[in-house]
Design a protein around this ligand. Structure first.
Ligand code: DC
Length: 229
């Protein structure tokens, strides 16, 4: 019987989900899955193959072609597309601008959902996994014993993202803020698996906290859930 745990981390773009999820997974000895990277890789493939990302039918027609492999090490997460590492490419502005429409296509979500569940099931044979995204607690793994919903105010999110990319002038921060907010609107308003606070999810507004503090909070929640199991 499986003794592993699933920690579902959902939330808005730039709320600190990735750093928090990786840090907590490392501390807890769990695997880590970045589902956003899977949607980004799918988007990169569509762009590379000149598929119109605003044509849902065209995107759906190609959804089975990319060969995607997600590595689940929290210290070194990887994402390979057709056997080539695309960790850098999937963070490009072109992908940022196209990922929300691609993620709204039901056929894209269906294919990635099957892959995500298979990865989770495999991790459950061991200690378990921290999975981050938009619909993990609501759709991918609603039975997760620990669910988090992370948010942060728009200014804080833009400044953090800008610091990560090294573009810290006012105009760059403002562009980042607009891009994050535009994605949140599309991600929250789409019909299939929108970004939402899942039933039972603990809402954490990370604005006033350091990353180390948020990781401590998550580790405490998971330890508490394990003690109750
Ligand atoms: O977490 P991220 O910013 O890398 O995610 C990129 C996009 O992928 C996000 O704008 C919406 C989509 N996404 C999704 O629809 N569902 C998920 N579980 C994860 C990401």
């Amino acid at each position: 019987m499986s003794t592993g745990i699933v920690v579902a981390v959902d939330g808005t773009s730039g709320s600190g989900k990735s750093s928090t999820s990786r840090g907590a997974a490392e501390r807890l000895g769990l695997r880590y899955l970045d589902t956003g990277a899977m949607f980004r890789a799918m988007t990169w493939w569509m762009l590379r193959h000149a598929i119109d990302v605003h044509d849902a039918g065209a995107v759906a027609a190609h959804v089975d072609l990319p060969v995607l492999v997600s590595g689940t090490s929290p210290a070194q997460p990887t994402i390979a597309l057709d056997e080539v590492d695309v960790s850098a490419e999937i963070r490009s502005d072109a992908v940022n601008a196209a990922v929300s429409p691609v993620s709204a296509v039901p056929a894209v979500r269906a294919r990635l959902l099957a892959m995500q569940r298979a990865i989770i099931e495999e991790a459950l044979a061991g200690p378990g996994i921290v999975v981050e995204g938009r619909d993990i607690g609501s759709v991918v793994w609603p039975q997760a014993p620990v669910k988090l919903y992370l948010t942060a105010d728009a200014g804080a999110r833009a400044s953090r993202r800008a610091a990560e990319t090294g573009s810290t002038d006012d105009a760059a921060v403002e562009r980042t803020r607009e891009s994050l907010q535009a994605r949140d609107v599309i991600d929250s308003e789409r019909v299939t698996a929108p970004l939402t606070r899942a039933e039972g999810a603990v809402h954490l507004d990370t604005t006033p906290y350091t990353l180390a503090e948020v990781i401590d909070l998550v580790v405490d929640l998971v330890e508490g859930a394990k003690a109750q199991a």
